[in-house]
Design a protein around this ligand. Structure first.
Ligand SMILES: Nc1ncnc2c1ncn2[C@@H]1O[C@H](COP(=O)(O)OP(=O)(O)OP(=O)(O)O)[C@@H](O)[C@H]1O
Ligand SMILES: O=c1ccn([C@@H]2O[C@H](COP(=O)(O)O)[C@@H](O)[C@H]2O)c(=O)[nH]1
Length: 247
Protein backbone atom coordinates (compact mmCIF):
# COMPACT_ATOMS: atom_id res chain seq x y z
CA UNK A 1 0.00 0.00 0.00
CA UNK A 2 1.48 3.41 -0.91
CA UNK A 3 2.37 5.77 1.98
CA UNK A 4 -0.38 8.27 2.93
CA UNK A 5 -2.96 5.98 1.29
CA UNK A 6 -5.48 6.75 4.04
CA UNK A 7 -5.08 10.50 3.64
CA UNK A 8 -5.40 10.21 -0.13
CA UNK A 9 -8.51 8.01 -0.23
CA UNK A 10 -11.25 9.87 -2.08
CA UNK A 11 -13.97 8.30 0.05
CA UNK A 12 -13.74 7.83 3.83
CA UNK A 13 -17.03 5.97 4.31
CA UNK A 14 -18.63 3.91 1.57
CA UNK A 15 -21.74 1.83 1.10
CA UNK A 16 -20.73 -1.11 -1.08
CA UNK A 17 -23.57 -2.95 -2.83
CA UNK A 18 -22.48 -6.41 -3.97
CA UNK A 19 -24.43 -8.24 -6.62
CA UNK A 20 -26.01 -11.38 -5.22
CA UNK A 21 -26.10 -12.92 -8.66
CA UNK A 22 -22.35 -12.43 -9.12
CA UNK A 23 -21.69 -14.47 -5.95
CA UNK A 24 -22.59 -17.60 -7.93
CA UNK A 25 -19.23 -17.27 -9.67
CA UNK A 26 -18.42 -20.42 -11.59
CA UNK A 27 -21.17 -22.44 -9.93
CA UNK A 28 -24.67 -23.14 -11.21
CA UNK A 29 -26.42 -21.83 -8.10
CA UNK A 30 -25.66 -20.46 -4.65
CA UNK A 31 -22.41 -19.02 -3.39
CA UNK A 32 -18.94 -19.59 -4.82
CA UNK A 33 -16.52 -19.32 -1.85
CA UNK A 34 -13.77 -18.14 -4.22
CA UNK A 35 -15.78 -15.01 -5.06
CA UNK A 36 -16.39 -14.28 -1.38
CA UNK A 37 -12.73 -14.79 -0.46
CA UNK A 38 -11.55 -12.47 -3.20
CA UNK A 39 -14.05 -9.79 -2.19
CA UNK A 40 -12.97 -10.19 1.45
CA UNK A 41 -9.36 -9.49 0.44
CA UNK A 42 -10.36 -6.43 -1.58
CA UNK A 43 -12.50 -5.10 1.28
CA UNK A 44 -9.61 -5.79 3.68
CA UNK A 45 -7.42 -3.47 1.59
CA UNK A 46 -9.92 -0.66 2.14
CA UNK A 47 -10.20 -1.32 5.87
CA UNK A 48 -6.39 -1.39 5.98
CA UNK A 49 -6.22 2.21 4.77
CA UNK A 50 -8.90 3.37 7.20
CA UNK A 51 -11.92 3.43 4.87
CA UNK A 52 -15.19 2.66 6.69
CA UNK A 53 -17.19 0.02 4.83
CA UNK A 54 -20.94 -0.56 5.04
CA UNK A 55 -22.28 -3.28 2.75
CA UNK A 56 -25.51 -4.54 1.24
CA UNK A 57 -25.53 -7.84 -0.65
CA UNK A 58 -28.25 -8.79 -3.14
CA UNK A 59 -30.11 -12.08 -3.14
CA UNK A 60 -30.41 -12.80 -6.86
CA UNK A 61 -28.14 -15.86 -6.61
CA UNK A 62 -30.79 -17.54 -4.42
CA UNK A 63 -34.27 -16.00 -4.72
CA UNK A 64 -35.98 -12.99 -6.24
CA UNK A 65 -39.59 -12.30 -5.28
CA UNK A 66 -40.60 -11.28 -8.79
CA UNK A 67 -39.28 -14.56 -10.28
CA UNK A 68 -41.01 -16.66 -7.61
CA UNK A 69 -44.22 -14.73 -8.27
CA UNK A 70 -43.91 -15.35 -12.01
CA UNK A 71 -43.72 -19.06 -11.18
CA UNK A 72 -47.00 -18.83 -9.21
CA UNK A 73 -46.04 -17.87 -5.64
CA UNK A 74 -47.76 -15.06 -3.77
CA UNK A 75 -45.55 -11.98 -4.27
CA UNK A 76 -45.05 -10.93 -0.64
CA UNK A 77 -44.03 -14.47 0.33
CA UNK A 78 -41.55 -14.43 -2.56
CA UNK A 79 -40.15 -11.10 -1.40
CA UNK A 80 -39.78 -12.42 2.15
CA UNK A 81 -37.80 -15.36 0.75
CA UNK A 82 -35.67 -12.92 -1.27
CA UNK A 83 -34.89 -10.89 1.85
CA UNK A 84 -34.00 -14.03 3.81
CA UNK A 85 -31.66 -14.96 0.94
CA UNK A 86 -29.76 -11.73 1.52
CA UNK A 87 -29.26 -12.71 5.17
CA UNK A 88 -27.70 -16.00 4.04
CA UNK A 89 -25.36 -14.14 1.69
CA UNK A 90 -24.47 -11.72 4.49
CA UNK A 91 -23.60 -14.59 6.85
CA UNK A 92 -21.38 -16.13 4.19
CA UNK A 93 -19.66 -12.78 3.59
CA UNK A 94 -19.08 -12.25 7.31
CA UNK A 95 -17.56 -15.70 7.52
CA UNK A 96 -15.17 -14.90 4.65
CA UNK A 97 -14.24 -11.54 6.19
CA UNK A 98 -13.56 -13.05 9.59
CA UNK A 99 -11.43 -15.81 8.08
CA UNK A 100 -9.39 -12.98 6.58
CA UNK A 101 -9.15 -11.35 10.06
CA UNK A 102 -11.43 -8.45 9.14
CA UNK A 103 -13.86 -7.54 11.94
CA UNK A 104 -17.42 -7.50 10.69
CA UNK A 105 -21.05 -7.34 11.83
CA UNK A 106 -24.29 -8.39 10.22
CA UNK A 107 -27.44 -6.38 10.93
CA UNK A 108 -30.87 -7.36 9.67
CA UNK A 109 -33.88 -5.17 8.87
CA UNK A 110 -36.02 -8.14 9.97
CA UNK A 111 -35.49 -9.11 13.64
CA UNK A 112 -33.69 -12.45 13.79
CA UNK A 113 -32.71 -12.86 17.41
CA UNK A 114 -29.87 -15.32 17.98
CA UNK A 115 -28.73 -15.20 14.34
CA UNK A 116 -27.88 -11.55 13.61
CA UNK A 117 -28.38 -8.15 15.24
CA UNK A 118 -31.45 -6.10 14.46
CA UNK A 119 -30.63 -3.00 12.38
CA UNK A 120 -30.07 0.13 14.43
CA UNK A 121 -28.59 3.17 12.68
CA UNK A 122 -26.72 4.66 15.63
CA UNK A 123 -25.18 1.32 16.57
CA UNK A 124 -24.18 0.75 12.94
CA UNK A 125 -22.42 4.12 12.82
CA UNK A 126 -20.58 3.29 16.06
CA UNK A 127 -19.36 0.00 14.55
CA UNK A 128 -18.25 1.74 11.35
CA UNK A 129 -16.39 4.40 13.30
CA UNK A 130 -14.61 1.64 15.22
CA UNK A 131 -13.45 0.15 11.89
CA UNK A 132 -15.82 -2.83 11.67
CA UNK A 133 -17.35 -3.75 8.32
CA UNK A 134 -21.14 -3.63 8.73
CA UNK A 135 -23.29 -5.77 6.42
CA UNK A 136 -26.89 -4.58 6.26
CA UNK A 137 -29.08 -7.57 5.41
CA UNK A 138 -32.76 -8.31 4.72
CA UNK A 139 -33.02 -5.33 2.39
CA UNK A 140 -35.34 -2.60 3.64
CA UNK A 141 -37.41 -5.17 5.55
CA UNK A 142 -40.34 -4.48 3.22
CA UNK A 143 -41.65 -6.33 0.16
CA UNK A 144 -41.73 -4.72 -3.30
CA UNK A 145 -38.29 -3.18 -2.85
CA UNK A 146 -34.85 -4.30 -4.01
CA UNK A 147 -31.43 -4.41 -2.40
CA UNK A 148 -30.39 -1.50 -4.65
CA UNK A 149 -32.98 0.60 -2.84
CA UNK A 150 -31.78 -0.82 0.48
CA UNK A 151 -28.18 0.09 -0.41
CA UNK A 152 -29.14 3.66 -1.29
CA UNK A 153 -31.27 3.97 1.85
CA UNK A 154 -28.55 2.68 4.19
CA UNK A 155 -25.91 4.73 2.36
CA UNK A 156 -27.91 7.90 3.04
CA UNK A 157 -28.67 6.88 6.64
CA UNK A 158 -25.03 6.24 7.54
CA UNK A 159 -23.91 9.39 5.73
CA UNK A 160 -21.65 7.51 3.32
CA UNK A 161 -19.69 9.57 0.79
CA UNK A 162 -20.81 7.31 -2.06
CA UNK A 163 -22.81 4.19 -2.95
CA UNK A 164 -20.64 1.77 -4.94
CA UNK A 165 -22.62 -0.76 -6.95
CA UNK A 166 -20.36 -3.72 -7.69
CA UNK A 167 -22.03 -5.74 -10.40
CA UNK A 168 -21.51 -7.92 -13.50
CA UNK A 169 -21.14 -5.04 -15.97
CA UNK A 170 -18.49 -2.31 -15.95
CA UNK A 171 -20.82 0.67 -15.89
CA UNK A 172 -24.05 2.11 -17.17
CA UNK A 173 -24.72 1.91 -20.92
CA UNK A 174 -27.35 3.42 -23.19
CA UNK A 175 -28.88 -0.09 -23.37
CA UNK A 176 -28.36 -3.34 -21.48
CA UNK A 177 -24.83 -4.32 -22.65
CA UNK A 178 -25.51 -8.00 -21.97
CA UNK A 179 -28.32 -8.03 -24.52
CA UNK A 180 -26.83 -5.41 -26.85
CA UNK A 181 -23.04 -5.81 -27.16
CA UNK A 182 -22.87 -2.64 -29.30
CA UNK A 183 -24.23 -0.50 -26.41
CA UNK A 184 -22.28 2.65 -25.51
CA UNK A 185 -20.94 3.23 -22.02
CA UNK A 186 -21.38 6.47 -20.10
CA UNK A 187 -18.54 7.88 -17.99
CA UNK A 188 -20.98 10.03 -16.08
CA UNK A 189 -24.77 10.27 -15.97
CA UNK A 190 -27.23 12.60 -14.30
CA UNK A 191 -29.94 11.10 -12.08
CA UNK A 192 -32.53 12.65 -14.38
CA UNK A 193 -31.07 10.99 -17.48
CA UNK A 194 -31.13 7.57 -15.79
CA UNK A 195 -34.78 8.16 -14.94
CA UNK A 196 -35.79 9.68 -18.30
CA UNK A 197 -34.06 6.95 -20.31
CA UNK A 198 -35.19 4.22 -17.86
CA UNK A 199 -31.66 2.77 -17.81
CA UNK A 200 -32.08 -0.61 -16.15
CA UNK A 201 -28.87 -0.96 -14.18
CA UNK A 202 -30.52 0.15 -10.97
CA UNK A 203 -34.21 0.33 -10.14
CA UNK A 204 -35.88 3.69 -10.45
CA UNK A 205 -36.96 3.86 -6.79
CA UNK A 206 -33.30 3.69 -5.79
CA UNK A 207 -32.35 6.42 -8.28
CA UNK A 208 -35.13 8.72 -7.00
CA UNK A 209 -33.87 8.25 -3.46
CA UNK A 210 -30.24 9.10 -4.27
CA UNK A 211 -31.31 12.04 -6.41
CA UNK A 212 -33.40 13.49 -3.56
CA UNK A 213 -30.40 13.26 -1.23
CA UNK A 214 -27.61 14.10 -3.72
CA UNK A 215 -25.88 10.80 -2.99
CA UNK A 216 -23.43 9.87 -5.78
CA UNK A 217 -23.50 6.28 -7.07
CA UNK A 218 -20.74 4.50 -8.94
CA UNK A 219 -21.42 1.36 -10.93
CA UNK A 220 -18.41 -0.85 -11.63
CA UNK A 221 -17.37 -4.38 -12.53
CA UNK A 222 -17.04 -6.58 -9.47
CA UNK A 223 -14.95 -9.19 -11.30
CA UNK A 224 -12.12 -6.75 -12.14
CA UNK A 225 -9.41 -7.30 -9.54
CA UNK A 226 -8.27 -4.08 -7.88
CA UNK A 227 -11.19 -2.05 -9.26
CA UNK A 228 -12.61 -1.35 -5.80
CA UNK A 229 -9.37 0.04 -4.36
CA UNK A 230 -8.66 2.00 -7.54
CA UNK A 231 -12.08 3.59 -7.35
CA UNK A 232 -11.76 4.49 -3.67
CA UNK A 233 -8.35 6.07 -4.36
CA UNK A 234 -9.97 8.30 -7.00
CA UNK A 235 -9.23 6.26 -10.15
CA UNK A 236 -11.51 6.27 -13.19
CA UNK A 237 -13.62 3.18 -12.91
CA UNK A 238 -17.14 2.40 -14.09
CA UNK A 239 -19.83 5.07 -14.38
CA UNK A 240 -20.65 7.82 -11.92
CA UNK A 241 -24.30 8.78 -11.45
CA UNK A 242 -24.77 12.17 -9.84
CA UNK A 243 -26.05 15.63 -10.73
CA UNK A 244 -24.27 15.32 -14.09
CA UNK A 245 -23.79 16.53 -16.78
CA UNK A 246 -24.03 13.21 -18.63
CA UNK A 247 -21.07 12.29 -20.87
N1 LIG B 1 -28.45 0.47 -19.30
C1 LIG B 1 -27.82 -0.51 -18.65
N2 LIG B 1 -26.50 -0.40 -18.34
C2 LIG B 1 -25.85 -1.38 -17.67
N3 LIG B 1 -26.46 -2.53 -17.26
C3 LIG B 1 -27.77 -2.70 -17.52
C4 LIG B 1 -28.50 -1.71 -18.24
N4 LIG B 1 -29.79 -2.14 -18.36
C5 LIG B 1 -29.85 -3.34 -17.77
N5 LIG B 1 -28.64 -3.69 -17.26
C6 LIG B 1 -28.39 -4.96 -16.56
O1 LIG B 1 -28.40 -4.69 -15.16
C7 LIG B 1 -27.66 -5.73 -14.52
C8 LIG B 1 -27.23 -5.29 -13.15
O2 LIG B 1 -28.33 -5.05 -12.34
P1 LIG B 1 -29.11 -6.19 -11.48
O3 LIG B 1 -29.96 -5.45 -10.52
O4 LIG B 1 -29.75 -7.19 -12.36
O5 LIG B 1 -27.99 -7.00 -10.84
P2 LIG B 1 -27.32 -6.87 -9.46
O6 LIG B 1 -27.90 -5.74 -8.65
O7 LIG B 1 -25.88 -6.77 -9.79
O8 LIG B 1 -27.71 -8.29 -8.87
P3 LIG B 1 -28.53 -8.70 -7.55
O9 LIG B 1 -29.94 -8.22 -7.74
O10 LIG B 1 -28.40 -10.16 -7.54
O11 LIG B 1 -27.84 -8.05 -6.43
C9 LIG B 1 -26.51 -5.97 -15.46
O12 LIG B 1 -26.06 -7.30 -15.38
C10 LIG B 1 -27.06 -5.61 -16.85
O13 LIG B 1 -27.28 -6.78 -17.62
O1 LIG C 1 -36.04 -4.27 0.52
C1 LIG C 1 -36.12 -5.35 -0.11
C2 LIG C 1 -35.01 -5.97 -0.71
C3 LIG C 1 -35.16 -7.17 -1.35
N1 LIG C 1 -36.38 -7.76 -1.42
C4 LIG C 1 -36.53 -9.09 -2.05
O2 LIG C 1 -35.28 -9.80 -2.06
C5 LIG C 1 -34.93 -10.17 -3.40
C6 LIG C 1 -33.45 -10.16 -3.58
O3 LIG C 1 -32.97 -8.83 -3.72
P1 LIG C 1 -32.32 -8.32 -5.10
O4 LIG C 1 -32.23 -6.84 -4.97
O5 LIG C 1 -33.23 -8.73 -6.23
O6 LIG C 1 -30.99 -8.99 -5.19
C7 LIG C 1 -35.70 -9.17 -4.27
O7 LIG C 1 -35.89 -9.67 -5.57
C8 LIG C 1 -37.00 -9.04 -3.49
O8 LIG C 1 -37.82 -10.15 -3.73
C9 LIG C 1 -37.48 -7.14 -0.86
O9 LIG C 1 -38.61 -7.67 -0.92
N2 LIG C 1 -37.31 -5.95 -0.20
Amino acid sequence: MPPNAERNAKYKRILLKLSGEALTGEQEFGIDPKVLDRMALEIGQLVGIGVQVGMVIGGGNLFRGAALHAAGMERVTGDHMGMLATVMNALAMRDALERANIRSRVMSAIPMSGVVEHYDRRTAIRYLTAGDVVIFSAGTGNPFFTTDSAACLRGIEIDANVVLKATKVDGVYDRDPVRYPEATKYQRLSYDDVLDQKLGVMDLTAICLVRDHSMPVRVFDMSRRGALLNLVMGGREGTIVDEGPSQ
